[in-house]
Design a protein around this ligand. Sequence first.
Ligand code: SF4
Ligand code: SF4
Length: 111
Amino acid sequence: MAEKSGILIDYDWCTGCHSCEMACQMEFGFPVGQSGVKVFQVGPWQIDERKWQYSFMPVFTDMCTLCAERAAKGKLPSCVQHCQADCMKYGSLEDLVKEVSSHNKQVLYAI
Ligand code: SF4
Ligand code: SF4
């Protein structure tokens, strides 16, 4: 059976720049507002005197193919390559799972 791939996002470092959305739209020519990944904002709201909730969370949509054609040529997915904060990592699920435990705010997408 073929090895499954995925994308690991360390969203503690996501700045909400939306470059991943744009990269996907440009790669596939999707219409404005549609993409294989959408970035959602949580907050800002104040938790206590010193702490705020303010996070950005990229979520993959059903339009995402995990850039299968690029991967077949040995290229990174377009969104991963253009992430301004370098907080997205592409690889085999087996390898990515090993990295999850060492960080706090991470999401692993298996698409
Ligand atoms: S992996 Fe490829 S298809 Fe999926 S969101 Fe990223 S750029 Fe779009
Ligand atoms: S390109 Fe990277 S930093 Fe920018 S919104 Fe997407 S995941 Fe976050």
